[in-house]
Design a binder for this molecule. Structure first.
Ligand SMILES: [Mg+2]
Length: 179
């Protein structure tokens, strides 16, 4: 069995200032490459799980999202490997995949033989943490404190305050706690 880290996308890997509806809108936070390299080196498979209700709402198409994720992979090329990206296009439609449901995590776990009990969900919203807990993963919360999360970015002693989001500090703490 493998272990994985499931990263939410917006507000975790890239900034959240506006909706990402085209490749140029995707801007990685400082330190994200370093964070993902560390995760890979520590033996974690890297996944992205993202709600993309904008598809149901008509703000973007599956092809546009494909192009955005191609840019994401290009920005990380030569540094680390994203094993897979799973997205949920539903918004109002009932879905077992849309976070806070854990369907995307279960699907990836089955496909890649991931032991969810030693894996992590990293996100900036309550719904990310809820999905992680439902999947029996450890969880890391970016931004505002969440008492349910295993790790809170805002509480990390070595958090770099010059960074909007310090994913590197989060991944270091995940690795420390996973030993
Ligand atoms: Mg987010």
């Amino acid at each position: 069995m493998n272990k994985g880290i499931f990263f939410d996308r917006d507000g975790v890997l890239n900034d959240n200032k506006k909706h990402v509806n085209k490749p140029q809108d995707l801007n990685l936070y400082d330190g994200v490459r370093e964070a993902l390299v560390l995760a890979n080196e520590a033996g974690f498979d890297i996944f992205v799980v993202t709600n993309q209700g904008g598809i149901e709402l008509g703000h973007l198409t599956h092809q546009m999202l494909y192009d955005i994720h191609l840019r994401l992979r290009e920005l990380l090329e030569g540094y680390c490997v994203i094993k897979d990206i799973e997205y949920c296009p539903d918004f109002k439609r009932p879905s077992k995949y849309r976070k806070p449901e854990a369907g995307m995590l279960f699907k990836l776990a089955e496909k890649y033989h991931i032991d969810l009990g030693c894996s992590w969900m990293v996100g900036d919203r309550d719904t990310d943490i809820t999905a992680g807990i439902k999947a029996n993963c450890y969880t890391a919360k970016i931004g505002a404190y969440d008492p349910r999360a295993t790790i809170n970015e805002s509480q990390l002693k070595d958090r770099n305050m010059n960074r909007e989001v310090d994913l590197e500090a989060v991944v270091k703490e995940i690795i420390r706690q996973s030993r």
